[in-house]
Structures are given as structure tokens and as C-alpha cells.
Design a protein around this ligand. Structure first.
Ligand code: GP9
Ligand code: MN
Length: 673
């Protein structure tokens, strides 16, 4: 054995590396350049680059994939290398762009969703495709460049370059061993996260972009395959979860208070709570929203829980009290599953449900999915006259104006209704500033000139920034909303109606703009120094907590005026409204906010929030929000809860649990009879 090993090492020592490199130039160029691209993606996104684990994984995968080129004759290999290069570069580029837009990574089942992104058109080009992304595009050109030079120097004619399995197999074996080495270094946590796949940032950090993407393909296919096999175990876990976690429904002062009333839910596109607190030159950004908040039930710590499906995820979570799916988007990938939803639950009380939106009916697959959610009708772009277009479609003002007579008709025809109004104008990139109308976001300061005369001078402040433009768009949306409430009132539609307003998700505004907003020095038109004691830092937690969105329940009689500061998530809406309107879903994952003393908001990436702390699951650390002592048990309890909520929700969605459970129950019933 010892002798054999010695021989092996002598062989390695004697090996003619120069010859090897010379004979495999194109192979090595492709492997190395693809490795660099994968490393760059990590560097551009999660910020780590020199990490052994992902490097090993990326190297193993690139060698593995490039090895197949040896099945072709030397001259023909370029076609294979180029196809592979373009494909993997596309994966790298798509992930980098996607990260800029969603702070997450691409999922294969989201390829359909990327069609939606292309509809967001200039939003991507203006805000997402950054200079750094173009660096990734160089890779295929490097391979082509090296090939051209080799060709010119008669490399393919002169040299005796081998091909076939004899060369391919040792490379494959080497790649396999590298991958095994990488795999052996993975910790239990890393393996379990690979299995769950929802902590995408963590995965890219630890396993690299290629392994992540392959794992994603496997995970995307898995539920479809498992749906035939592993269902029994899944069904048992889901049933156990609800048996152990279902809160007994307690009645409270809000129980059934709105029974028999109509509901108009306003999906306020990209409106964030921080905008409600802002004033520019004594003008509120959102005077109408603020008035409704003062007069109604105002939930001041409300968070949206969207994944990559943004608007559509909010519509899904609100209507089902389930979390967005961790792979793909429910509206696109799992629209054909059965769900218990608000429209379906209200149907049992004879409600007519509708939704309205000024964009294409197919956007986010709403035409199919709204029907599946139980809406009787989805009014979209084709149902409106597009007399004023801003951004993605019909302007909010025109949308609401045209919606009122439609709602009036519905109100005249049906006993009760539940309507969802999806706003649109306040959508990234917030670039149609002129269309939003006049709302200066400058600052007026008093300046004394040389003649000792004091005058008011305007300094730019937020003018020209993305956040500034966003506030102009938000002001427009607020005006549209105020007018809508007024028009509904004029038609007598507010007498028996509860208005519900929610921000669907944050606007993904740049951190640097928040820094300017909170740290502006108007006299020098710049941001104050970091060392200044007045400096307000904007770190990870400030940013995440600032993603808070409004949630307001309002009635014209102002009888339910109250501020609720318990943290609350989109998944708590169904149970909370259920308590007020008299319905209940056995599969709800949130809680009626008036039935609990403490609440937790679970985010799709595994982060969670209570009134006491914000837990960062990516880094396994937290920010304390109250002056209190936190025990490890407290943290462990909620980590487990977050994990359960995400797992159970995914099971229900992917395995079509509700439909299958119903079918089983029906079969049992038949059997009994
Ligand atoms: C599109 C609109 C915006 O119709 O709802 O969707 P988003 O980009 O916010 O998910
Ligand atoms: Mn949205």
C-alpha cells in the first residue's frame, strides 16, 4: 500500500503540468472564468468572496460540466464551452440582477415570474441592471477570445489533442471528489438549510451560486415528485401542527362587530409607514391616509410578509393566512391548488366578491388565481378606459373614478360584497414625476444676505432622489385614495361598508436615500458627518424595520378609533377580520390580533419579529427592541415557530394538502355510509 502511494506521488511529481495546461487551455479558461463569475456573484450580493466551501463547490461543478466537452473533437469543443458559458453567465447575471431587485435569488420555478419582471421594463433597466452586472457578461467573450487566438496559432491543427471518455472520466472523478470534499465540510445547519432552500442568502454564502441553483432545480421538482410519494408523512405533520397550535377561539370586544357589513380592501401599492410621518414645508405626504388612521383602527407595527411574488404574495397571504411559497410564487407556480380564502369564507355568508386593478389581467397570473381565490369577478385593464396612463397601467385617480359606478352596481345587485382594489401608480421606479403633480420635497431655510435681509431659500433636500420621487408618487396615491373615499361617500356606499387599507410591501428604496432623509445638513446641502452626535445611522435592522407598511380598518362612523402597536403581519389579517365578520379558516397561520398578548411576524427568509426583538435568521443574531431580558428559550421557541410556520405553509401549498384532505374526508364519509 505504502509503495503504491509512493508511486502515485512520484507520478504526480513527474507529471508534465506545462504539457497538461497547454493541451487543455480552453478547458481551463472556461473553468477558471466561470469560477470567477460565481465568486463575483457572491461578492456583488452577499458580499463574501474568499470562502473555501463555496469555492470548492463552484470548482467541482464547473469541472464536472466542462468535462463533457471532451466528448467532442478539439475544434468542435468551443460550441459546448460557449453554450455552457452563456448559460452559466445567464444564471449569474440573473441572480445578481434579481438580488438588486428583491434581495433574494432566482428560483427555477420563477422563470415564469421573470416574464413579469420584463413587464416592469424600465424599472429593471433604471434601477436594477448596474454597471457591476456587465462585468459578468465578459466571461463568454474571454472563452471566445482564447479560442480565436488558439485557432490563429494553428493550435488545433498542429497539436495532437486527445478526446473521448479517456480524458473525460478522470476529470469527472476529480470533480466528484472535490464535491465530496465540499459536502463533508457542511454542518448540520447548512445541510438542513439546503433541504429547506428558503434561506437563500445563507445558501449562496455557504454553497455558492451553482450548487444553490442545482439544489433549487431539485427542490422545485421535488414537491411534484413527492406529491405522489411522501404525502402521508406530510399530512401527519400538518395535522399535528394544527392540533398543537390552534388557539382556541376566544371572543373579545371585536367579535362579530362587523357581521353583515360590506368590505372594500385597498391594496396600497408600495406605501410604507414612514411616509405617513413625513412633512415637507408643513405639508403632510399622506394627509388622507393620516386622517383615516386617526379616525379608525390603526395598526402601527404592521409588516408585509412577501417573498419574490411581492404584490401577489400579499394578496395571497392576506386572503389565506398562509405564507408565500419558498420556491416559486404561489400565483404563478401553485395557482391550481385549493385554498381556504376570505372570498370563499364570505361566500358562505352570501357575499359577492370582486377585485379590480388597472393593469393587464394576466399580470401575476391574476386572472387565473383570483378565480381560484374565490373572487366572483376580476375587473382588470380591459374593463376600464385607459384614459390616463402612469407607469405600468391606468392611473390610480382614473382607476378609482371608473371603479365607483361599478361598485355602485354591485352594491345594488348583491346583499353584501367584498371588494379588493389594487392600486398601481405608486410603483417603482417612481420616475414619472410630472404625472404625480406638484409636491415639492425640498427644504426652505432662512438665509440672511449681505444686506442683512433674511429670505426664504429652497435647498434641494430630497429633490432628485429616488426616495424623493417615491414620496411624490405616494402623495399622488394618497390624493387618489382620499378622492375615492369621498366619491364612495357621495354615492352612499360608506354607510354599511368597512374600509381596509394595507401597504402591500415596501418600495425597496436605496439605503443612501434614507441616510440623506435623516441626516441632511441644509446649509451645506450634504449629509452630516458620521461622527456628528446627531447622525442617525441606517443599518440592516433600521432598514428592515422601516419596511413597515400601513394597516388601517376604518368606518365612516369612526366608532372603532384606536391605535394598536402589537406587531402584526399580513397573515394576521384573515383571523383578525374573521373575528370581526364571523368567519374562520382551519388553516390560518396567523392570529386574531385581539386574542393575543404577544404576537410574532414570521418573514419568508426565516427572520421573525416580536415587540421585544427582531431576529435575523441569516446571521443568527438579533436586535433588542425593548429594555428587557431575553432568554435563550424565548429565542428558541420562536425560531422553532418560524420554522414550523414556513414548513407547514409550504406543505399545504406544494402538496395541495387542502384538496387532498377534503377528498380523504369525503371518501371516509362515503365509506361510513
Ligand atoms: C402589477 C402590480 C405590481 O399589476 O400589482 O406588482 P409588484 O411589482 O408590486 O409585485
Ligand atoms: Mn406591489
Amino acid at each position: 500500500m505504502k509503495k503504491k502511494l509512493m508511486k502515485f506521488f512520484i507520478k504526480i511529481k513527474k507529471y508534465n503540468y506545462k504539457k497538461y495546461i497547454h493541451e487543455n487551455i480552453l478547458f481551463l479558461t472556461t473553468v477558471i472564468s466561470l469560477l470567477i463569475n460565481a465568486t463575483l456573484v457572491r461578492f456583488f450580493t452577499v458580499g463574501n468572496y474568499f470562502e473555501i466551501k463555496p469555492l470548492l463547490a463552484d470548482l467541482a461543478i464547473t469541472i464536472f460540466l466542462c468535462s463533457f466537452a471532451y466528448l467532442f473533437r478539439p475544434k468542435k469543443r468551443i460550441n459546448y464551452y460557449m453554450t455552457l458559458s452563456v448559460f452559466l453567465t445567464f444564471i449569474c447575471l440573473a441572480n445578481s440582477v434579481y438580488y438588486t431587485f428583491y434581495t433574494s435569488f432566482i428560483s427555477v420555478s420563477l422563470i415564469l415570474t421573470s416574464l413579469q419582471i420584463s413587464e416592469v421594463g424600465d424599472a429593471v433597466v433604471e434601477n436594477v441592471l448596474q454597471l457591476k452586472d456587465f462585468v459578468l457578461l465578459i466571461q463568454p467573450f474571454i472563452v471566445l477570445f482564447v479560442y480565436r487566438n488558439l485557432k490563429r496559432s494553428q493550435y488545433f491543427g498542429k497539436e495532437k489533442l486527445g478526446y473521448g471518455r479517456k480524458i473525460m472520466i478522470p476529470n469527472l472523478i476529480f470533480a466528484f471528489f472535490l464535491f465530496l470534499l465540499f459536502f463533508s465540510t457542511l454542518t448540520g445547519v447548512e445541510l438542513s438549510r439546503l433541504n429547506n432552500q428558503w434561506n437563500r442568502e445563507f445558501l449562496i454564502m455557504k454553497v455558492g451560486v451553482y450548487t444553490y441553483q442545482i439544489n433549487d432545480i431539485v427542490k422545485s421538482l421535488e414537491p411534484r415528485i413527492h406529491a405522489f410519494f411522501g404525502y402521508e408523512e406530510v399530512a401527519r405533520e400538518v395535522a399535528d401542527y394544527y392540533k398543537n397550535n390552534q388557539l382556541e377561539h376566544k371572543t373579545n370586544k371585536y367579535t362579530n362587530i362587523f357581521k353583515g357589513k360590506n368590505i372594500i380592501t385597498i391594496h396600497a401599492e408600495s406605501i410604507q409607514t414612514f411616509a405617513m410621518d413625513l412633512e415637507f414645508n408643513d405639508e403632510e405626504v399622506t394627509p388622507n391616509l393620516n386622517k383615516l388612521a386617526r379616525e379608525g383602527l390603526h395598526f402601527t407595527n404592521f409588516y408585509s410578509q412577501v417573498g419574490v411574488g411581492t404584490s401577489s404574495d400579499s394578496e395571497f397571504t392576506l386572503n389565506t393566512s398562509l405564507m408565500p411559497s419558498s420556491i416559486g410564487t404561489v400565483f404563478v407556480s401553485y395557482w391550481d391548488r385549493e385554498y381556504i380564502t376570505i372570498p370563499k369564507l364570505l361566500k358562505e355568508q352570501d357575499y359577492y366578491s370582486f377585485s379590480m386593478h388597472g393593469n393587464n389581467g394576466t399580470f401575476w397570473n391574476r386572472l387565473a388565481m383570483h378565480k381560484q381565490l374565490g373572487y366572483n369577478r376580476y375587473y382588470h385593464k380591459a374593463d376600464f378606459v385607459i384614459d390616463e396612463k402612469i407607469g405600468l397601467g391606468l392611473s390610480d385617480k382614473s382607476f378609482f373614478r371608473q371603479a365607483v359606478p361599478k361598485i355602485k352596481n354591485i352594491a345594488d345587485k348583491y346583499k353584501n360584497f367584498y371588494g379588493t382594489m389594487i392600486m398601481l401608480t405608486n410603483h417603482t421606479p417612481f420616475s414619472e414625476v410630472e404625472a404625480y403633480g406638484e409636491f415639492p420635497v425640498d427644504m426652505k431655510i432662512e438665509v440672511t444676505n449681505e444686506e442683512d435681509i433674511t429670505e426664504l431659500v429652497s435647498v434641494p433636500y430630497m429633490e432628485g432622489t429616488k426616495l424623493g420621487n417615491y414620496l411624490k408618487a405616494t402623495h399622488y396615491a394618497d390624493e387618489a385614495l382620499g378622492q375615492f373615499i369621498q366619491d364612495l361617500d357621495n354615492e352612499g356606499l360608506l354607510e354599511n361598508t368597512v374600509i381596509i387599507i394595507y401597504g402591500d410591501h415596501d418600495a425597496r428604496l436605496p439605503k443612501k436615500d434614507y441616510i440623506k432623509l435623516y441626516n441632511y445638513d441644509p446649509y451645506n446641502d450634504e449629509v452630516i458627518d458620521k461622527d456628528d452626535e446627531m447622525y442617525v445611522p441606517v443599518d440592516y435592522y433600521t432598514y428592515e424595520l422601516n419596511r413597515k407598511v400601513p394597516f388601517i380598518i376604518w368606518t365612516k362612523d369612526k366608532k372603532i378609533k384606536k391605535e394598536v402597536d402589537l406587531v402584526m403581519g399580513m397573515y394576521d389579517i384573515l383571523p383578525t377580520l374573521g373575528n370581526m365578520f364571523g368567519f374562520h379558516s382551519p388553516y390560518q397561520l396567523g392570529t386574531d390580533i385581539f386574542s393575543v398578548k404577544e404576537n410574532v411576524v414570521v418573514f419568508p427568509n426565516g427572520n421573525w419579529l416580536t415587540n421585544k426583538l427582531y431576529y435575523n435568521n441569516q446571521k443568527e443574531e438579533y436586535l433588542l427592541l425593548e429594555d428587557t431580558v431575553i432568554t435563550q428559550e424565548y429565542i428558541d421557541k420562536y425560531i422553532e415557530h418560524a420554522d414550523n410556520v414556513l414548513t407547514i405553509s409550504n406543505y399545504i401549498i406544494m402538496y395541495d394538502y387542502i384538496r387532498r384532505q377534503k377528498e380523504t374526508e369525503m371518501l371516509m364519509q362515503e365509506y361510513k355510509e
